[in-house]
Structures are given as C-alpha cells and as structure tokens.
Design a protein around this ligand. Structure first.
Ligand SMILES: Cc1cc2nc3c(=O)[nH]c(=O)nc-3n(C[C@H](O)[C@H](O)[C@H](O)COP(=O)(O)OP(=O)(O)OC[C@H]3O[C@@H](n4cnc5c(N)ncnc54)[C@H](O)[C@@H]3O)c2cc1C
Length: 536
C-alpha cells in the first residue's frame, strides 16, 4: 500500500492566492445550485465547478423527478416504493422526510421557471420502473435536467451575494488541527497551472455529484470522476455503501458513440426489450418484465447477451406514434436520427452502463458529514434515502431536498468575519519523486476497463481481489507524483475511489440491491443488513 498522502499537492497557505466566503459550494448540479440559493438567504456564497455550469449529471437527466403530484397517489405509496427498492437499507425517517417535501419543492421550481410538461394546467406525470403510481414529472419531454438546471442557474445569477467560478478544479478539502473543514485548495483555469488558489470558508458544501467515469461504459459526463469522494476520504470523512453502484440497463450501444442514456420512461410508456433473435425476454426474468427494478433488468440483459453471444440487445419502440415520440422524447429522437435509426422501422441497440453512485459520504438527515463545517448533498452523499438501490427519479428529488437543508445549515452556522481570523497556517510538503514519468490518461483508461471487467454488474471474489491488487500496484507509482493539471489529479482520485469501491464490494458477501455477487447470490440479512462504512 503506498504511503498515504493527506493532500495531493504542496501547500503553503502564506504564499497562495486566497479568497474568503461564508459558504463555499463545490459543484453546480441540482444539489449545489439549490444549496447556494438557500445559503444566499443569509450568507455570502461562492460556487465553484470544474467545467461550465452546463456540464453535470443534472443537465443530462432525462426521465424526470419523482413526487406525489396526483390525487390518486399518496406519500405512503412513494415511501413504500422507495423502501422496497432500497432492499432493507433505506432509512425510513429519511425517506419520509424527502418524499413529503417533494410537491412543495417542485411547485417552487415551477415558480422559478422550470417548464414542467403539463396536462390541463397541472404538472404531467408518468410511470417508471419500481413506482406503483404515475409520479415522475418531466420538462421539455426528456430534457428534465436541463429544464431544472436552467431555472436554478437563473435564480443563482439573480443573487448579488453569490459568486460563480467556473473551470475551478477543487483538488483538496483543507482541514485544521481540530479536523474541521476550513475550505479548499484548487486550480482556477484563469490562472497559471497548479493548485494555486485557496478558498477559506466557514461552511463547505460538497455537491460534486457522481462517479460514473470510473467505468469504461457510463452515462455520466466527463466531470463525474468521483473527485469529491476522494478528497473527502483524504480529509477523513466517513463513507457508507460504496459498493452500491447502479448500472442503467439501456444506453445506446453504437461503436464510437458516447453511451447516451435511453430513459426508462420509454419502457414505462410501452417500449419492450428484444434479444438479437427478436425474442422479448424480460418476462422470463421478472413478473414486471421491462418495468422490473434497474438492477434486475441490467443483469437480465447481460444474461441474454451471453446466451445469444452478442454485445447488446434492442429496445423496440416501433409501435410508438413517430410524431408523438419526437415531441415526448426529443433528445432520444434526435440521437437516433443522428445514427440513421428510424424509430418507426428500426430497433435501438442498447446495453447497460454505470449510471449512479448510490453510496457516498455519510450524512445525517440534514446533510452533516462526520467532519465539522462540511456538509454533503446530491449524488456524492449517502443520506439513507436509497439504501441498496435507487428508485428511478428519486435522485433529482434528493438533490433538491438536501440542497435546501445544507444551505439552511450554512445559514445557521455562519460566523460572519470569523473565517477571516480563524483560518490556519497550512504547510504541506510532498517529498519529490524520482520515479519514472507516466501517462495519466493511459492509467485512467486501463483503470476504467478494469472496473468494468472486475467490479461491474456481476461480482465475485477472485476478480475483486485481482482488481484491488492491480489498483494498489498502480497507486505505488501514481500517488507519489505531484501533478499540476486536473488530468493528473483526476487519475489519482479515480485510483483512490476505485479501490474503496472494490474493497466495499469484497466485504459485502451477499447480493442486495444493485450489488450482485455470483458467489453469494442471496440476501444475507443475518450478517449484512447493515451499512458498510469506510474511513481513512
Ligand atoms: C444521463 C443521465 C440521466 C439521468 N436521469 C435522471 C432522471 O431522469 N431522474 C433523476 O432523478 N436522476 C437522473 N439522473 C441522475 C441525476 O441526474 C444525478 O444523480 C443528479 O443530477 C446529481 O446531481 P448533483 O447536484 O449531485 O451532481 P451533478 O449534477 O453531477 O453536479 C456535480 C457538479 O460538481 C462539479 N464538480 C465535480 N468535481 C469537481 C471538482 N473537483 N471541483 C469542482 N467542481 C467539481 C461538477 O463540475 C458539477 O458542477 C441521471 C443521470 C444521468 C447521467
């Protein structure tokens, strides 16, 4: 095991460019933006994001946001569906808290300008796998994430006390001797290379989203490399359930194209899965057929691919009205057209991809982490909502709810001016490495392939051990380097997070939710009806 480094870069806080704020929000997806709006009620806020505001998982979300919006639906039903999907590991208090806030926060988004699709003057809802009622609200057909993000960004831009810094790569969370988070060190693309910017903050809200890029096949954008997990790990935060990585069953599979997601709302509205021989196979795997939970559909697709010796299966939407389809699913329609797939004649080739990080930084019901002054919300957080599996469309809802609560915490713990006096002197020096130079991009690609092969949808002891050995070996010569660009830091972070996932997956010797072990194919409540916690 390589020697542990608290920070990835050398730090001398005396000679580094500095900014000060009451509340720093890292990440500009639904969670970070909503947190910033709330915190700005009483704090000065800085939001940083590593690319543009438009590059996030949130922006890409298609299907919608789940909430009880119909008279025929009930909170109890949404709670029960969420608990069922969580396979015994969801925290009912948290589920109740989130579900009950949904309608109000979605109405608020509507007032702030999200153009949810409507029928007869009411927000339209649709059905998705795992939901027993129509409760998924959507905007611009299948561009829900963009619809929500645009409204939140407009709101953020209206607030004079929120400063937005795009292209700011956060390298590490800074902590003082009492293990309190006091801000971050990062790299602002506007400035020369290297981690040359400190932001001191009375409160830091971690909203860095998911980590799909740890896998070769993913629906996530390139910013989703799990940086937040790695930096919180180095800082000493407690994590839970990192073995639970959700794979989306249906992403477009065309060689050379990015793995664009084909929303499961399509299946909710009647699309069926066919294998390469044209057989509808899902009924043989689950009574709900195409509407079975995601993990079951993903494994069924893999099994069917194996049986038919093919690289993908097909989604059949040929029976949809083409005109209606183009309006209801404009993104997918355009995508298919781009590859000369005529949805009224052709089948859509699909296969599963890494999609959502269920586990993450452990928080309480308000979003507090185990480190003082550090809060987490959105996909990076493990609040107890999802348990061992995430119910579709509950993640945007979670980001909204915990964005709000963490923003409120920042207001409660604002100590105006104190941050200017209290920030510690931080000096950290990494011994220079004389080991060979390396190609970080090559390591990253190999790592993503290894994760897909050994720590993917179906897991078993030997490949999990092998993955850990290989990652530890790569870490020996990658972690002692001092990089001065995001590509190098990302590679180091990915190695850290992949090892944590592989270890957690090894520890959970049962199959539950999205974690499937072929050597332990059943749920083992006696030993594993509990969270797997990891900390430095
Ligand atoms: C294709 C796709 C479709 C989806 N569809 C749905 C859906 O229909 N319904 C649903 O509920 N969920 C859906 N999800 C999941 C959902 O979109 C995400 O879980 C949710 O948007 C996460 O929001 P977030 O605010 O936590 O993070 P994100 O939206 O991912 O934002 C993360 C932010 O952190 C920033 N960041 C990351 N690392 C750093 C760093 N080192 N320094 C500075 N900034 C950093 C990024 O730049 C970004 O601004 C979908 C996801 C994908 C990928």
């Amino acid at each position: 095991m390589p020697e542990f480094k608290r920070y990835l870069v050398n730090i001398d806080s005396n000679s580094t460019h500095q900014l000060f704020t009451d509340c720093l929000v890292i990440g500009a997806g639904i969670a970070g933006l909503r947190a910033a709006i709330e915190a700005a009620e009483c704090c000065n806020v800085i939001i940083v994001c590593k690319d543009t505001l438009e590059n996030s998982n949130t922006w890409k979300a298609q299907g919608g946001i789940a909430s009880v919006l119909n008279k025929t639906d009930t909170f109890e039903s949404h709670i029960s569906d969420t608990m069922k999907t969580g396979c015994g590991l969801s925290d009912e208090g948290v589920v109740d808290f989130v579900v009950r806030q949904g309608p109000e926060l979605i109405e608020q988004l509507l007032r702030w300008g999200t153009e949810f699709d409507q029928i007869d003057g009411r927000i339209a809802t649709t059905l998705e796998g795992g939901h027993s009622h129509q409760r998924v609200a959507h905007a611009h057909g299948d561009e829900t994430g963009r619809g929500i993000a645009e409204a939140l960004i407009r709101k953020v831009c209206e607030k004079p006390n929120i400063k937005i810094i795009e292209h700011f790569y956060t390298v590490d969370l800074l902590t003082n001797d009492d293990n309190e988070c006091v801000g971050v060190i990062g790299h602002d693309k506007q400035r020369p290379s290297g981690a040359d910017q400190i932001v001191w903050a009375a409160n830091t809200i971690l909203a860095t989203g998911g980590a799909g890029q740890l896998y070769r096949e993913t629906t996530n954008p390139e910013v989703a490399t799990g940086d937040g997990i790695a930096m919180a790990y180095r800082a000493g935060a407690i994590f839970q359930d990192l073995e639970f990585v959700q794979f989306h069953p249906t992403t477009l599979y065309i060689a050379g194209a990015s793995r664009a997601l084909i929303t499961e709302t399509l299946r909710g509205e009647g699309a069926v899965l066919l294998d390469s021989e044209g057989r509808r196979f899902m009924k043989a795997y689950h009574e709900s057929a195409e509407l079975a939970p995601r993990d079951i559909v993903s494994r069924a697709i893999l099994a069917q691919m194996l049986e038919t010796n093919t690289t993908h299966v097909y989604l059949d939407v040929r029976h949809f009205d083409k005109e209606h389809f183009s309006k209801r699913f404009p993104q997918i329609f355009e995508l298919c057209e781009g590859f000369d797939i005529d949805i009224s004649r052709d089948l859509i080739p699909v296969r599963p991809s890494a999609h959502y990080m269920v586990g993450g930084v452990k928080t309480d019901i308000s979003g507090r982490t185990s480190l003082r002054n550090l809060y987490a919300c959105g996909e990076i957080a493990s609040t107890g909502l999802h348990g061992a599996n995430r119910l579709g469309s509950n993640s945007l809802l979670e980001g909204l709810v915990f964005g709000k609560t963490t923003g409120q915490l920042a207001c409660q713990h604002k100590e105006t001016g104190v941050v200017h006096i209290k920030h510690p002197l931080i000096k950290y020096q990494i011994p220079p490495s004389n080991r060979t130079r390396l190609d970080a991009a090559d390591v990253t690609n190999s790592l993503r392939a290894l994760m897909w092969r050994n720590v993917g949808i179906t897991r078993t002891t030997q490949p999990l051990s092998e993955a850990q050995e290989i990652i530890v070996f790569w870490q020996r010569y990658v972690m002692d380097k001092i990089f001065d660009t995001p590509q190098g830091w990302e590679c180091q972070n990915m190695l850290t997070v992949c090892l944590l996932i592989a270890r957690s997956a090894q520890m959970r010797q049962e199959s539950r939710g999205v974690h499937f072990r072929s050597d332990f194919p059943n749920i083992d409540d006696e030993h594993f009806k509990k969270h797997i916690e990891i900390t430095r």
